[in-house]
Write a protein that binds this ligand. Structure first.
Ligand code: SAH
Ligand code: SF4
Length: 405
């Protein structure tokens, strides 16, 4: 099923072994605090933050000495106390379709004995490039069809670890002004910007890391920095209903809902958070999401599981459920992972299901799987060490709620 066709060799375990905290990925408050800590006077802080902001987020520099409008003395002070290091790449894989996946190692924090790992995926198309980023290490939720939900180690990512994924991806695909694209720049988008869209669809439930994800998306969308439009940032949630209105009001990004079932009994099993926030409450929160219009729709994700949620009755019920909500429907062919008890629906089934959705006026609802050869597709993200263990694990019995943890 899963073919390893064309993967790049693992990168050398590169990063300099420095204990200096990085400023790359920090928000303005974080930069301000860092500058104040090395004695930059209060009256200069705003101007210095703006200088650093441009160098880090417009130019993508990785050394303080490149910051030519910052005094030599301050550059030296900054270099003594801080770095501009990126997240450490453990492995980089490139799919035959141009999809790139990075396994990244995070700094050890608090009582952690092992450095946590996350994954980040870049999906190039002709007219856009989408970066799928993680918000947590693992996930506390246990959706029964999702590989990430079986991972043991869980913690929230810091702001700089979320933004850091964007910086790292821009480095690797040469997406900075004047940067040389990588030798194997095949299949990158045609336009100047190679990362035009961000989806919070990697590991984790982003609304359980609200503050850091919000601050990170503010950095990503800052017009004087990374400048990714909020209309091109999509947060995907399994349905943390109380946080949905707050996210809408405070962040202004687009929203995707991992729906996957139209009946509470089935959704309770597939997406167990449904037991706390059932479908009716979730749909009500969607109806009230700020700023909805036909040009700004909520995306409803629906994973196609053979014999589980893929009947034509389900398709008709889905259309009825979303009536009068400005919605897009995304049918996601299930991406298998070692040990899963589910199978992807047959292609004809998906087409029949899609035809019902199409007839109700939704355009091109099936999401083409990308990067399957490197296990980069939705729900397959998990650190490789965990994955190796999962290969040895027997399939879970059908009545278990899904967590292999
Ligand atoms: N935790 C958030 C965001 C990450 S998951 C959420 O659940 O929405 C991103 C999307 O991939 C979700 O819709 C998720 O349900 C889906 N997904 C998870 N595992 C999958 C799999 N094995 N195959 C296809 N889609 C999957
Ligand atoms: Fe967590 Fe989303 Fe996977 Fe569910 S689908 S376990 S919420 S990452």
């Amino acid at each position: 099923m899963i073919l390893v066709l064309d993967t790049a060799p693992a990168l050398a375990p590169a990063q300099p072994n420095t204990a200096k905290p990085t400023l790359a990925g920090r928000d303005r408050d974080g930069l301000r605090a860092a500058l104040a800590a090395v004695g930059v006077p209060e009256r200069q802080l705003r101007m210095r933050v703006n200088q650093l902001w441009g160098w880090i987020y417009v130019r993508g520099v990785t050394a303080f000495e490149q910051m030519s409008d910052v005094s030599k003395e301050l550059r030296a002070t900054l270099a003594t106390a801080y770095s501009l290091d990126r997240l450490e790449i453990v492995e980089e894989q490139i799919s035959v379709d141009g999809t790139r996946k990075w396994l990244l190692r995070l700094p050890i924090r608090g009582h952690e004995v092992r450095a946590p790992e996350i994954e980040c995926v870049y999906i190039p198309e002709i007219d856009r490039g989408t970066l799928c980023i993680s918000s947590q290490v693992g996930c506390t939720l246990t959706c029964s069809f999702c590989h990430t939900g079986t991972q043991k180690l869980v913690r929230n990512l810091e702001i700089e670890e979320i933004v850091g994924q964007i910086l790292l991806a821009r480095d690797r695909i040469g997406d900075w002004p004047g940067a040389v694209p990588p030798g194997d720049a095949r299949l990158l988008p045609e336009g100047d910007r190679k990362i035009t869209n961000i989806v919070l669809m990697g590991m984790g439930e982003p609304l359980y890391n609200f503050a850091n994800v919000k601050a990170a998306m503010d950095v990503a969308s800052d017009g004087e920095g990374l400048s990714v439009s909020k209309r091109r940032i999509t947060l995907s949630t399994s349905g943390v209903v109380p946080e949905i209105p707050r996210w809408g009001a405070e962040s202004g990004t687009m929203l995707a809902i991992s729906l996957h079932a139209v009946r509470n009994d089935l959704r309770d099993e597939l997406v167990p958070i449904n037991k706390r926030y059932p479908i009716g409450e979730l749909i009500a929160a969607c109806r009230d999401y700020p700023g909805l219009s036909n040009a700004r729709r909520i995306t409803f994700e629906y994973v196609m599981l053979k014999g589980i949620n893929d009947s034509l009755d389900d398709a008709r019920a889905l259309v009825r459920l979303l009536k009068n909500i400005p919605a897009k429907i995304n049918l996601i062919p299930f991406n298998p992972w070692p040990g899963t008890r589910y199978e992807c629906s047959e292609w004809e089934e998906i087409e029949r299901f899609a035809a019902v959705i199409n007839k109700a006026g939704y355009a091109s609802p099936v999401r083409t799987p990308r990067g399957r050869d490197i296990l980069a597709a939705c729900g397959q993200l998990k650190s490789s060490s965990e994955r190796l263990r999962a290969v040895d694990r027997p399939s879970q019995p059908a009545n278990e709620s899904g967590s292999g943890a």
